[in-house]
Design a protein around this ligand. Structure first.
Ligand SMILES: Cc1ncc(COP(=O)(O)O)c(C=O)c1O
Length: 293
């Protein structure tokens, strides 16, 4: 009976999800309203791209998951091998070959009080969705972004589910028909709502340093590696607002954008208004890295 139920759910496009030790249809996964993820946004998450049913840079994503858990004092409930074994059946059961695996760990269910409860069991949730990448047409043209003041907290290095600042920045972009909001703190570039931001000037690629003001995207280190291989000079440094508007190229990077060229920021055309040569090189190298993984 259970088998037919499951089959029905799969046919009805209801993928499987993992929640606290059990796998079942996503539509039936439920957590308590007393979960601290719901009450306080007290949790962390990860998003891992999957190509051809294989996770891309999974070691780096799992390492970041461990860093995020440690940063907010949630005991890591699983080893790396256990995490990979939990993800596999959720990923394998999905119809799409290319996916975006989402993992979330919250501090767990407890009576509402701000400080950490004692003896709480973390809530662990895993789901997956088809990955939606920019179309070839969007890629070829490049995208428009808008600028805004970074209004988030001072631990953007933690991949926390407390994403209100990012949510408002993403909405700001949508309301301006833009791909992303490029954020500035005290006049310096930080990052976009859900992407790292890079600029190119005179052939040198630059990005804000890996510190508490940005999330270190998994693509950050990958792009560093690609730069070394492609002989593109890379310099992590603080970048003034005027340098972003005056850059030869501006790029976004994230699991779902991979590398994407920005050709307009607010009303300002970036560079020649088309995706530039460093973008083209990095995108090609990124695709080669995916194919080789
Ligand atoms: C705020 C923020 N910065 C940067 C990134 C890029 O990270 P990654 O390359 O791991 O996707 C993301 C991804 O969602 C993000 O949300």
């Amino acid at each position: 009976m259970k088998f037919f139920f499951l089959l029905h759910k799969l046919i009805m496009n209801d993928p499987l999800a993992y929640l606290n030790g059990a796998i079942g249809p996503l539509s039936e996964a439920k957590v308590s309203v007393m979960d601290r993820g719901f009450i306080f946004g007290d949790g962390i998450y990860e998003v891992i791209p999957v190509y051809g049913r294989k996770m891309f840079r999974s070691d780096q994503h799992i390492a970041r998951l461990f860093r995020s858990l440690a940063a907010i004092g949630i005991p890591n409930p699983h080893t790396k091998e256990e995490w990979l074994a939990l993800i596999a059946p959720v990923m394998d059961a999905h119809a799409a070959d290319d996916q975006m695996v989402y993992l979330q760990v919250t501090r767990g269910v407890a009576k509402r009080a701000h400080a950490f409860p004692s003896e709480v069991v973390p809530t662990v949730f895993i789901m997956t969705n088809p990955i939606v990448l920019p179309s070839d047409a969007v890629r070829a043209k490049g995208v428009k972004c808008v600028s805004m003041e970074d209004q988030r907290w001072l631990h953007c290095d933690i991949k926390s589910t407390s994403l209100l600042g990012n949510v408002l920045a993403a909405q700001n972009a949508v309301e301006s028909s833009a791909m992303e909001s490029v954020q500035f703190r005290d006049g310096y570039l930080t990052e976009a709502a859900a992407s790292n931001v890079w600029i190119v000037k005179d052939g040198v690629l630059m990005a804000p340093p890996k510190d508490n003001l940005i999330l270190e995207g998994i693509r950050y280190s990958l792009i560093e590696e690609l730069c070394a291989a492609e002989k593109i000079p890379f310099k992590p440094c603080r970048i003034l607002c005027a340098d972003v508007f005056g850059a030869d190229e501006v790029l976004l990077s994230s699991a779902t954008k991979e590398v994407l060229a920005v050709v307009q920021l607010d009303e300002q055309t970036i560079g020649k208004g088309v995706p530039g040569p460093i973008y083209e090189k990095l995108y090609k190298a990124y695709q080669a890295a995916k194919a080789a993984s």
